[in-house]
Write a protein that binds this ligand. Sequence first.
Ligand SMILES: [Zn+2]
Length: 306
Amino acid sequence: MKGQERALKILAGFRRAGRIPSALLFHGPAGVGKRTMAARWATVLLCENSGKAEAPCERCRNCEAAGRGAHPDLKLVGAAYQAALLEEEPETQRTLKVGTIRHLRRDMETTSLWGGWKIAILEDAQALEPASANALLKILEEPMPRTLWILLASSPESLPKTIVSRCARVPFGALRGDVVEAILVARGVPAQTAREIARLSGGSAGRAAEIWEEIAEEESLDKSGPAAPFEIAESLPRELALARKKAERIIALEIERLRLSHLEGAVPFAKAEPALRELRSLLRAVGSNADPRTATVLAQIAVEGL
Ligand SMILES: [Zn+2]
């Protein structure tokens, strides 16, 4: 868990003091490791061998089951969980329903199957409906011993104050560029590309992974030949809002690539400057309703031959 030392320190403090709150609120931007940290920390609590260490042993049956997402005392509560409960599709689960919270309550109130903690991770606490938030509040007001609720949200302000007041807050910040870069490199992204993506990611490893997926997809297209810009434009999603987002990322990446090649002396100022100006104006245009396909084509043409 690189880059979230502050959160780690707070969590380690709870364990050292032997006082683990019954509810934690992990708050911070998307894609910075809240979910990974929640799953890892839950595993540390469940692990038979972790003792005072801050890492799970990864060998005991608790670690093994938690790693497979199959630990009977650890619940990851999100769209997939609710969909399985309701026998519906995960994509259709927009909110967390009160029935889901009631089901969880019954589950959390039964004795731990493997004799340790019972833990529920709410992957998106902002999806709680008002009635669900009330039901959860009642649970948090009378916590059962050795039960832990971990709520994930973008900010405390995005949740009812009554809920927040029952949780110990654990803040997560944007990741440093070198941390995002290292995460990408560890996943096999070439160093130079990792550096470019890290600068565009806004400190979110999740966003960086999305950008990398798009680059990989883009690079799988045949980019030689005069039709290439159009092929890239054609690869944009059908839905306008999604196409716009992707076009913005493609253009932003071209800007970053060109900026770096210029800094490294590969492209002279006289060529880089007008192309950068053109790309920046296209980026602004996409942001204010220009057609994303046209803008993508023009962006490819602007950097042709550089
Ligand atoms: Zn273990």
